[in-house]
Design a protein around this ligand. Structure first.
Ligand SMILES: Nc1ncnc2c1ncn2[C@@H]1O[C@H](COP(=O)(O)OP(=O)(O)O)[C@@H](O)[C@H]1O
Ligand SMILES: [Mg+2]
Length: 324
């Protein structure tokens, strides 16, 4: 038996009542993240990636709610924790960078104030104002912000999209979290800065054993930085396993579709084939396999409910046509 995972999610269901009906944004998700590991979470927009991890941190706003499931951090069930306990965990042991840096940062405070407040709140830095300021400068430098000393006194709106993204990452790593959840952290960044930020996060993982979740719609980003990958579709995990194995020999038709829909650097002659159709309506998903209406391999039996099945070698897939 390996050690207990840092984060363990079982049977998570998160719903939003809407005028169109009950949106099942996350519908029975199981995921594990070990210390020091990077788990990639991929899937088209709307597949439930962000809501899964907003649920972990208690960031789902009412009337949205967690309907079922167990969320363990370090063995302790945190799904039902009161708001103040979750707040203590957030930014301390678990940090999350949001997809949208502008809404995640507070427009009314300078970057310095926001970093220093985070450091203070979680008491990870000894010393007075000068030491805190020095740490803030160092953090901005680490995420590749030029001239950090003069930028410290600026407000979020004075930063470009890519710079704001980096500020948010600096705040997230300020307290040396044990788990960092990075939601599309590089989408607004150019390729060089992307690599720089992902390398920094990899170094932190190696140094401190930080666990990490890298949420991305881009399998390429995940392929180069994650040990394991979970592919989400329609609020469910449809395939998971060691990244290399999943990419080299995907078992779920949706994973194959995702791979075909992006350029294959190893085989540039292969055509790029987008997945036809639309993601399912989360208020009225199709019965049985959620991918069935778009699946080129669908056949008899695909309209019956299907569970994520263990395939051995750390792999799993949610498809009746995949033999264990
Ligand atoms: N506050 C909300 N109210 C209603 N529906 C929501 C809300 N937040 C997310 N959803 C729905 O939940 C589903 C999953 O969203 P999300 O987790 O943001 O997807 P992803 O991050 O994979 O793009 C989507 O159908 C989205 O429209
Ligand atoms: Mg998202």
């Amino acid at each position: 038996m390996s050690a207990a995972p840092l984060l363990s999610i079982r049977g998570l269901r998160t719903v939003f009542p809407t005028r169109q009906g009950l949106v099942r944004a996350v519908d029975g998700v199981d995921l594990d993240v070990a210390a020091g590991e990077c788990l990639g979470v991929v899937g088209e927009s709307g597949s439930g990636k962000s809501v899964t991890f907003q649920s972990v941190l208690g960031l789902v706003r009412p009337p949205g709610r967690i309907e079922a499931g167990e969320i363990r951090f370090d063995g302790r069930d945190i799904a039902g924790l009161p708001a103040d306990a979750l707040r203590a965990l957030r930014g301390g042991d678990i940090a999350m960078t949001m997809q949208d840096a502008l809404t995640a940062l507070n427009p009314a405070f300078t970057v310095e104030t926001q970093i220093v407040e985070t450091l203070r709140a979680h008491r990870r830095v000894q010393g007075g104002a000068r030491a805190l300021r020095a740490t803030a400068v160092e953090l901005l430098a680490r995420v590749g912000i030029p001239d950090p000393e003069s930028r410290l006194g600026q407000y979020p709106h004075q930063f470009s999209g890519g710079m704001r993204q980096r500020v948010m990452i600096a705040i997230a790593i300020a307290c040396r979290p044990r788990l960092l959840i990075a939601d599309e952290p590089t989408t607004a960044l150019d390729v060089t800065i992307q690599a720089q930020v992902l390398d920094l996060l990899a170094a932190m993982r190696a140094e401190s054993g930080m666990g990490m979740v890298l949420i991305s719609h881009d399998l390429g980003v995940v392929a180069s930085h994650c040990d394991r990958v979970a592919v989400m579709y329609g609020g469910q995990v449809v395939e998971s396993g060691p990244t290399r194995a999943v990419i080299d020999a995907p078992r779920h038709p949706y994973t194959r579709g995702l791979l075909r829909s992006r350029p294959d650097l190893a085989h540039p002659e292969r055509p790029i084939v987008p997945i036809g159709g639309q993601i399912p309506d989360p208020a009225a998903p199709p019965p049985g396999c959620r991918f069935r209406p778009r699946c080129p391999e669908a056949g008899p039996g695909c309209d019956a409910p299907v569970a994520l099945r263990d395939l051995g070698a750390g792999r799993a897939a949610r498809c009746v046509r995949v033999a264990a």
